[in-house]
Design a protein around this ligand. Structure first.
Ligand SMILES: C[S@@+](CC[C@H](N)C(=O)[O-])C[C@H]1O[C@@H](n2cnc3c(N)ncnc32)[C@H](O)[C@@H]1O
Length: 245
């Protein structure tokens, strides 16, 4: 039975993003749940294993595969059933290794940001005590890579997805917008007048690429860089910040 579940934020692509608290948690965990195949890209799966090894953890590794999502179901139901099934697989993977003690799971970036691990944890029948070890988010990796502040003085920041930007356009009144989970360069659908973009992909890793400038001038360049990098690596994760004025 999983009684203590530790969700350890591992940052966005560099083993050095793991905090000292994260290293300690991986060392003290009895079991580490490890995504095996499914939608984990090979390179990311290898990085997780490198991070675990580098931490000096002696935990038993409990591998699990991600289930498929059922495309025939409405979105909310599809996601809820998928989360239920992942929680079942965590439990089965843990039962299979059968080591008592805290169970850790390495979460990309930080568990609070566009990540469902906490929602899945709440579905475990054993209702474990959940501990979160914070990690560096893609947003922090982006602002650090460009050496820019996230907000203007006294300004607000909105965080959204590529899909929402594409469907809803520029949110009314927004000054700084951070966009994640955008597979389609949704910034191209905006009126670029007065907008500056700071874009980054593979942030924190050795493959990191960056571009910034007035959206009207660099929009095509980013789309080209993105397509070329995606082709070369077989996958891409990118994040961008747009600022008006
Ligand atoms: C499912 S969300 C996970 C976010 C993560 N929990 C965090 O704290 O950053 C995945 C999205 O995060 C962003 N992302 C994650 N890692 C990234 C990286 N190394 N470089 C650029 N963007 C990244 C991308 O927008 C990607 O589509």
């Amino acid at each position: 039975m999983i009684r203590d579940l530790w969700l350890v934020g591992i940052g966005t692509g560099s083993p050095s993003h793991l905090t000292l608290e994260g290293v300690q948690a991986l060392r003290e965990a009895a079991v580490v749940l490890m995504p095996h195949k499914g939608d984990e890209k090979d390179a990311l799966a290898a990085l997780r294993r490198r991070i675990l090894e580098a931490s000096g953890s002696l935990a038993r590794v409990a591998p699990f595969d991600y289930p498929e999502r059922d495309p025939a179901l409405p979105y909310a139901e599809r996601v809820a059933l998928w989360h239920d099934e992942i929680a079942r697989r965590w439990k089965a993977a843990h039962d299979a290794v059968g080591a008592p003690g805290p169970v850790a799971l390495m979460v990309w970036g930080d568990p609070s940001l566009y990540d469902s691990t906490l929602r899945i944890a709440a579905r475990l029948p054993s209702k474990p005590r959940v501990r979160v070890v914070p990690g560096i988010t893609a947003i922090q990796a982006l602002t650090a890579a460009h050496a820019i502040p996230l907000n203007t003085i006294n300004g607000e920041v909105r965080i959204t997805t590529g899909r929402r930007l594409r469907d809803g356009g520029w949110p009314e009144g927004a000054e700084t917008l951070v966009v994640m989970l955008d597979g389609e360069c949704s910034f191209r659908g905006l009126d670029p007048e007065g907008l500056t973009i700071w874009w980054g992909a593979y942030l924190g890793s050795g493959d990191q690429i960056l571009c910034m400038g007035p959206l009207a001038e660099v929009s095509d360049e980013i789309a080209r860089m993105r397509a070329e990098a995606r082709e070369r690596h077989g996958w891409i994760m990118d994040t961008y910040l747009l600022r008006r004025g």
